[in-house]
Design a binder for this molecule. Structure first.
Ligand code: CAA
Length: 404
């Protein structure tokens, strides 16, 4: 159905501010952090956008831009200032991840996973090494990774088989890890391993492994559908040594540390999804205005307008859920449920929006020269990693069903 009246063409020609997305919950984002978000937006759209298409095409690593990310402080976003970081609260952090994802979903997940490990170190590293490790993580050549999944272990981390053998002064790791983001360039790996043999959760410990040793063998996993510029690796650990002081938390805390780190990580992945969705919506809108069929821009058709309207609604609802989770984390309140709500909704919304973006582009959206074709593939992983949608629903439902 065609709707009467022209479709707006000039940006800002009406009262509605389309950049409002960046401003939800705005009163709690400081002026300095707004400037940072805008600087990341300019950098990402100016420098990363073109490269992201190349990384996708060639399946080459976005880590080639790591030096710039360190220079801008983006690899120490959540590290305290006195350890060389930016001490960025979670709310603006989430907006920064969104801006990175708009231009490069691959860079966004790389930063998000590294930040998840920085947070685990901040919260759980032993006093003697915490400051030094945090300082290091914010310094170039110290990319980190989260090594929890294994060939047979994804949704159920309590089932990991990698063993931690007690040796003088530390631990030796034996086993395989799979689906490790930052797995090739990364130096520090937060490895979930089984240090006891009761078969229960208390056998599990989290060890921070320095991968620069011969007992660590790594290989890239190629052939991914999307985020092909993000490194995904598998690793074999054949007696890799971790000094005792690099255990995070106490022996037996491994599963809790994993789940607590993932709570924060899920806010990052939800933000990645919103970045992908926003890029799709912007492309959908501009294409709808320029593409003519039946003698008029396709933006004049209600069918197209509804796809745009539904996408904007999806995006703002996603951002509000992310902001809610980030604010809960910033204020020290429990945020497990809020993080799962954000991850569930934002990741599924990004897939809906990417689907619509391809639909609006028609045949043009189906070829790999078109940005939406890549974004459609990139969006898909967001409902899978750091907990599938089914796991998020499980987490939310059990929070609802808990006894008061
Ligand atoms: N924070 C801290 N502690 C938590 C927690 C949380 N959010 N949730 C549970 N715990 C604690 C519990 O209190 C419990 O502690 P006690 O043993 O002291 O009682 C312990 O952790 C175990 O909790 P549960 O019994 O609830 O654990 P479960 O086995 O039932 O977990 C689950 C259920 C929610 C499904 C959980 O396994 C889960 O989230 N699975 C998804 C895992 C996942 O996201 N995998 C992908 C990760 S890596 C990745 O994607 C790659 C990448 O690099 C991007």
């Amino acid at each position: 159905m065609m709707v009467s009246g022209p479709v707006r063409t000039a940006p800002g020609d009406q009262g509605y501010d389309k950049d409002m997305l960046a401003d939800t919950m705005s009163t709690t984002i400081s002026e300095d952090h707004r400037l940072l978000i805008n600087a990341v937006r300019d950098y990402a759209r100016g420098e990363l956008l073109q490269l992201d298409a190349k990384w996708d095409r060639e399946e080459s690593s976005c880590c080639e831009r790591l030096d710039q990310l360190y220079e801008m402080g983006l690899m120490g976003l959540r590290v305290p200032e006195d350890h060389g970081g930016l001490a960025c609260p979670m709310l603006p952090y989430a907006h920064i991840i969104r801006e990175l994802a708009y231009a490069s979903p691959a860079v966004a997940v790389s930063v998000s996973v590294h930040t998840m490990v920085c947070e685990a170190v901040k919260m759980f590293a032993q006093d003697a090494v915490r400051d030094q490790l945090q300082q290091q993580l914010a310094t170039p050549d110290n990319l980190s990774a989260f090594a929890v999944s294994e060939p047979d272990v994804g949704s159920d981390p309590a089932a990991v088989k990698t063993r931690a053998e007690k040796v003088p002064d530390g631990w030796k790791l034996h086993g395989s890890k799979f689906w490790v983001t930052n797995g090739l360039t990364g130096r520090w790996f937060s490895v979930l391993a089984r240090a006891g043999d009761t078969g229960g959760n208390k056998d599990l410990s989290m060890l921070l492994l320095d991968a620069r040793q011969d007992a660590v063998e790594r290989r890239p996993i190629h052939g991914k559908m999307g985020i092909r510029g993000s490194e995904t690796g598998e690793m074999n650990l054949d007696g890799a040594f971790v000094p005792a002081e690099h255990m995070l938390g106490e022996p037996g805390d491994g599963l809790k540390i994993t789940l607590s780190a993932l709570d924060g990580g899920r806010i990052g992945i939800a933000s990645q999804a919103v970045g992908i969705g926003q890029a799709c919506l912007d492309l959908m809108v501009s294409y709808a205005k320029e593409r003519h069929q039946f003698g008029q821009p396709i933006a004049d058709f209600q069918a197209i307008q509804w796809m745009i309207a539904d996408s904007k609604t999806d995006l703002d609802a996603s951002q509000l859920l992310i902001d809610q989770a980030a604010l809960a984390k910033d204020s020290g309140r429990p945020f497990t449920c809020e993080a799962s709500l954000a991850k569930l909704f934002a990741s599924e919304a990004a897939n809906r929006i990417a689907y619509r973006a391809v639909q609006v582009h028609g045949g043009s959206g189906y070829i790999n020269e078109c940005r939406v074709e890549q974004l459609y593939r990139d969006a898909r992983i967001t409902t899978i990693y750091e907990g599938t949608s089914e796991i998020q629903r499980h987490v939310i439902a059990r929070e609802m069903l808990k006894d008061a």
